[in-house]
Design a protein around this ligand. Structure first.
Ligand code: KIV
Ligand code: ZN
Length: 504
């Protein structure tokens, strides 16, 4: 598709509609930090707040307006002189003024008539323009308004001097088709720039915004992470990337900052980003199934519409029961780990076993499994092999472990008590193997790799024989006792093999 030269303005309302998200309240410093980030992102307009709503809010808008940012700084105001004056006193570049256009709101929220609404809108626009400021006018709830009144109101605002008319889908009831039709009809009677402001009550805010653009809107109201009143507004990152990548339209946005901006806003507002959120979610560029991980390893475009770097993200390959050999290999190689064929087979087997048990295998888990597998004594060379393990522990029970081992093919069993099940199991192993070699545990370290009671545990041990030879070994398992026992047996095998090799 050829590059479309149409430029779409991005009007960011994270600091105004976004702050209307239930539970969100930002300090002046936090608002300024977000404004600076939005400026680096290169949005065209930053709606910094509603100056009339509180002294703190007025201070925040004033601080942002004086911060020397490149973006147009806008303040929201109802169509009253008090509201507009409060915005003007903040030294903003533009005022976004709004009044209800739908009969339901005119009657029940404002207790006015259509004529009064018309008059108030015209006076507000004229007042803003008389102060030399850019004026954006919004007929609130436009999408539920009577069409002829909506046209009359928008026309009157345009004639009064409004620079832009913004069409809010205040309760998110549009579909892409109805939005397209509405904007086409308004475009036929208006000369000024048309903007769209879509809410996400039915999950269609982004689609409706894009439909508005298809019909000729040249500005879109958005918020980072789709924050906003109720179900939120159209998400900045989704609108922008769809405009760039699907429509081939231009915006001023530096897309490589989308992920970091999302992170910052999430941290400061305390609203987490769902993992499967488009563009900025943690899963947006994560691949799991074998077919997908193999595909993106060879050619990312096989299963990615855009490269993660374009939006400041990273590709993640997740290991699990659906993982394929090539994906796991690529993931390990990226971390500088190069298993041979047999080792890779063993790693994949361990990953799938964990996945079958419902465990999510994180990057750290995979690396630990690889380290353990690649350090393991190969099966044919093992002198000591664990055949069975039973542990008993409790508050009124002395911890006890019994083990069944084969040493050079001969079976031995032993049981011991200890301060805990790990201690008991290791003592039981030592009891059997002491006949073979006097090996003691000189160091033991346990690391739980991922949170949760089913975390994969990595145990690192150092064992020492009576001649002072020290070897280290590691094992990973979701069961801490098993990981400990396997690490100990691995250490004993290494010690014995070393001794036998020296004797030859
Ligand atoms: O959703 C809405 O209608 C608004 C107006 C203030 C434009 O946020
Ligand atoms: Zn809104």
């Amino acid at each position: 598709m050829a590059q479309n030269t149409v430029y779409i303005r991005i009007f960011d309302t994270t600091l105004r509609d976004g702050e209307q998200t239930p539970g969100v309240s930002l300090s002046i410093d936090e608002k300024l930090e977000i404004a600076r980030q939005l400026d680096m992102l290169r949005v065209d307009v930053i709606e910094a707040g509603s100056p009339m709503s509180s002294e703190g809010e007025k201070e925040a808008v004033k601080t942002i307006a004086k911060a020397g940012l490149n973006a147009e700084i806008c303040g929201l105001a109802r169509t009253t002189k008090e509201d507009i004056d409060a915005a003007i006193q903040c030294d903003v570049d533009s005022v976004h003024t709004f009044i209800s256009a739908s009969d339901i709101q005119i009657k029940h929220a404002l207790n006015l008539t259509r004529e009064q609404v018309l008059k108030s809108a015209v006076e507000a626009v004229e007042y803003i323009k008389a102060h030399g400021l850019v004026c954006e006018f919004s007929p609130m709830d436009a999408t539920r308004a009577d069409m002829s009144f909506l046209k009359e109101l928008c026309k009157a605002a345009e004639e009064a001097g409004a620079d832009r008319i913004n069409i809010p889908d205040t309760v998110g009831v549009m579909t892409p088709w109805t939005m397209r039709k509405l904007i086409e009809d308004l475009k036929a009677v208006l000369k000024v720039h048309i903007s769209v402001h879509c809410h996400d009550d039915f999950g269609m805010a982004v689609a409706n915004s894009l439909a508005g653009v298809e019909a000729g809107a040249t500005q879109v109201h958005v918020t980072v992470n789709g924050l906003g009143e109720r179900a939120g507004n159209a998400a900045l990152e989704e609108v922008v990337m769809a405009l760039h990548s699907i429509y081939k339209y231009r915006t001023g946005i530096n897309t490589s900052l989308l992920y970091s901006t999302s992170k910052l806003v999430s941290r400061l507002t305390g609203v987490p980003v769902q993992p499967n959120k488009a563009i900025v979610g943690e899963n947006a560029f994560s691949h799991k199934s074998g077919i997908h991980t193999r595909g993106v390893t060879v050619e990312p475009l096989t299963f990615e519409p855009i490269t993660p770097e374009l939006v400041g993200q990273k590709r993640r390959l997740e290991a699990g029961k659906l993982a394929g050999k090539q994906g796991i290999k690529a993931q390990l190689e990226e971390a500088g780990i190069h298993p041979n064929k047999e080792q890779l087979k063993a790693i994949v087997k361990r990953v799938k076993e964990l996945g079958d048990k419902g465990k999510i295998v994180t990057d750290a888990d995979l690396m630990a499994i690889a380290r353990a597998v690649m350090g393991e004594v190969i099966a044919e060379e093992k002198i000591v092999v664990l055949r069975d393990l039973t542990v008993v522990t409790g508050i009124n029970t002395v911890p006890m472990a019994s083990v069944k081992l084969t040493i050079d093919g001969k079976e031995y069993t032993s049981a011991e008590t200890g301060v805990g099940p790990v201690d008991a199991a290791i003592k039981a192993i030592q009891k059997v193997t002491s006949n073979l070699a006097d090996i003691r545990l000189s160091e033991y370290r346990l690391e739980a790799l991922t949170g949760g009671s089913d975390a994969v545990a990595e145990v690192l041990v150092k064992v020492e024989d009576k001649n002072g030879n020290v070897v280290s070994a590691r094992a990973v398992n979701e069961d801490i006792v098993r990981a400990s026992v396997e690490a100990m047996i691995e250490g004993i095998n290494r010690c014995l093999l070393k001794k036998r090799a020296l004797r030859k």
